[in-house]
Design a protein around this ligand. Structure first.
Ligand code: ADP
Ligand code: MG
Length: 366
């Protein structure tokens, strides 16, 4: 009863704040490839690559996000463009913090009153210490309260799965650095696995294929372009062609050749196979009742890597379980992070299972 009353008061207070000061709840997807910010009531307000540009000698931050990404592979000797979350772990804590700070300031501006509550979704490889540092960085940047949420849970909520019920569902999130696979029931993960094979590995294999098969050295950006344009995990009904320019390794001169989508299937076979095997191993470890639920409901795919043509077909063929790519797969995690906040506000204090760590109580105490 006391809880109910407190919740009601809290809701009234929140609506007042919203009326006069705009939204107070923010969800951030701190991804290895991109950072997305979701603001309650406004949707996705920021979408930028997780890249920072640094002056080598001084360590000074020169550019963040899209501005920094343009410098990747094109920087002169004294500037480096780095991805602080590459491979799904915080490889550089200081730059991750600076980047997060920059994006939050961009979204929040200068606020003196009614600082927002911020929920951050962190990559699965992040350690406890790194998780805390992310929370601290968020507080530094002006959050009133902060907490972190596990990626598969955010992805599932964002994909529209009702994970609070005692019914099994499976999410495969293919991001930049990692593929995270989780079987969820009653709001938490029952079985999960994560491998460092995802979008970046796809690019790497395309690069390697071009070097071996065509003696052509291409850049990372070109490889990613190829993946998005003609990349395929399964042969397309109609073969696509793309002109690709790189440096011929024999003559040392620029050269343009035509590459087909069928070649991409060959180039991507190894990483695709690795993902299939991991999905399989998670299914193998899933309790039978939950397996039956998944079989009925299907596997849901999220993350940018899920957009690789045919990856859903391959998973479906390999596991014999129906597989779907979620609507707006790239934004799923950010939306789910924001929605988790919303459902937490309306459910009140009972919904602890959405959060990682044990900080949910602090999160609500004002
Ligand atoms: N249409 C597409 N086809 C294939 N891969 C894509 C497509 N769009 C984005 N990607 C890839 O998705 C990855 C980023 O996914 P995202 O979910 O944003 O990653 P993260 O959560 O790690 O930040 C990148 O490797 C990018 O190249
Ligand atoms: Mg992600």
């Amino acid at each position: 009863m006391q809880f109910l009353l407190a919740d009601k008061l809290y809701q009234i207070e929140e609506s007042f704040k919203q009326m006069f000061f705009g939204s107070q709840d923010i969800g951030i997807d701190l991804g290895t490839a991109s950072v997305l910010v979701y603001v309650k009531g406004r949707g996705i307000v920021l979408r930028e690559p997780s890249v920072v540009a640094i002056e080598k000698a001084t360590g000074q931050l020169l550019a963040v996000g899209e501005d920094a990404r343009r410098m990747l592979g094109r920087t002169p000797g004294n500037i480096v463009a780095i991805r602080p979350l590459k491979d799904g772990v915080i490889s550089d804590y200081r730059y991750t913090e600076m980047m997060l700070n920059h994006f939050l300031n961009k979204v929040l501006g200068k606020r003196l009153f009614f600082k927002p509550r911020v929920m951050v979704c962190i990559p699965s490889g992040v350690t406890e210490v790194e998780r805390r540092s992310v929370e601290e960085a968020t507080l530094h940047a002006g959050a009133r309260k902060t907490s972190t949420i596990e990626e598969p849970i955010a992805a599932a909520i964002g994909a529209g799965l009702d994970i609070g019920r005692p019914y099994g569902s499976m999410v495969v999130d293919i991001g930049g650095g990692t593929t995270d696979i989780a079987v969820l029931s009653l709001g938490s993960s029952v079985v999960s696995d994560s491998i460092k094979v995802a979008g970046d590995k796809f690019d790497e294999h395309i690069l390697r294929y071009m070097r071996k098969k065509h003696n052509l050295l291409i850049g990372e950006r070109t490889a990613e372009d190829m993946k998005m344009t003609i990349g395929s995990a399964f042969p397309r009904k109609e073969t696509l062609y793309m002109e690709v320019t790189g440096r011929n390794l024999i003559s040392g001169l620029p050269k343009t050749i035509t590459v087909t989508s069928d070649e991409m299937v060959e180039a991507l076979e190894e990483p695709v196979q690795a993902i299939l095997e991991t999905v399989h191993s998670v299914l193998e470890r899933t309790p039978p009742e939950i397996s039956a639920d998944i079989f009925e409901r299907g596997i849901v795919m999220t993350g940018g890597g899920a957009l690789l043509y045919g990856i859903d077909i391959r998973i479906q063929q390999y596991t014999r379980v129906p597989c779907f790519v979620a609507e707006d797969a790239i934004s799923c995690v950010a939306i789910g992070t924001g929605l988790a906040l919303e459902s937490l506000s309306s459910f009140g204090r009972g919904t602890r299972f959405y959060l990682s760590g044990n900080r949910s109580e602090d999160f609500f105490a004002d």
